[in-house]
Design a binder for this molecule. Sequence first.
Ligand SMILES: [Zn+2]
Length: 297
Amino acid sequence: MNVAVNKANQLVSIKQVERGLKCDCFCFECGEPVVAKKGEKNEHHFAHISNKESCNINPESILHKFAKQVIMEEKAVTLPALPSNQSSGSKVWQFTKVIAEQSVGSFRPDLVASDDHDMMFIEIAVTSFVDSDKFQSIKHHGIQTIEIDLRDLLKQEIDIPSEEARAYILNEVSNKHWIYPEPKVIAPVVELSPETATHKQTIITAQPTVEPQAPKTSFTKYRFTIMGMWVDVWAFADGGLLVKCVNYHPEIVALLKSWKNEGGGNYSQKFKSWRYNLPFSNVVFQRLQQLDTTPKA
Ligand SMILES: [Zn+2]
């Protein structure tokens, strides 16, 4: 085992501690005191004091704990602009207090961060993401909530705990997104595929006095839960569908891509979404309904 917890219940790596019993640490999994074996011969590791076999420590659990620990220590985190204020860019949010696993009504966010005036929830996502029940609860409380997706950190060869992992958790912005307030719906009609864009350009050149009008749209928004992830769908009056995987999920992305290849449509890099048109959009909608696991009210 190369990680353990110290007396303050903080995650420590074998590199950070004194050798032997002086490390004053406990097994992350079973809580038994551990010895830091830092000899010449074997790779440095923690061993149970009783000499029993090493516990199986799940990397996801370590990362989840470490992320909470880091934000609690730092009492600050860099967050993307609020959906209501997209032009402001990302910034560092400072808190006076960050508490883990504190219940707010029936809801228990990973972290509750507050300053003198405000409170926000921070959700650390490694294996599980905010689902529709949790979302309803957040919405009910009306409290700003950010979700930090740390799956990428597990795929990289970064030690946890480490300064590198700490910096990623605190400073990276692309892996953080606002759950509440909800990100604004971007009217996708303005998005044109490269072919359409060229075509439009030609028209403008041919008839310079005609101002191209963006068609007015009305749409209905749906949120599905597919493979445990949110998939947002905008159904437009023209029968077209815009499908967006709220969190990046490779399997869903592959599925949406395969449907595009099967029945046509296009992908917008800018909005990270797929658009399907009639009649295939009906097929897509039916498939999404079949895959949906949102609990029915
Ligand atoms: Zn153990």
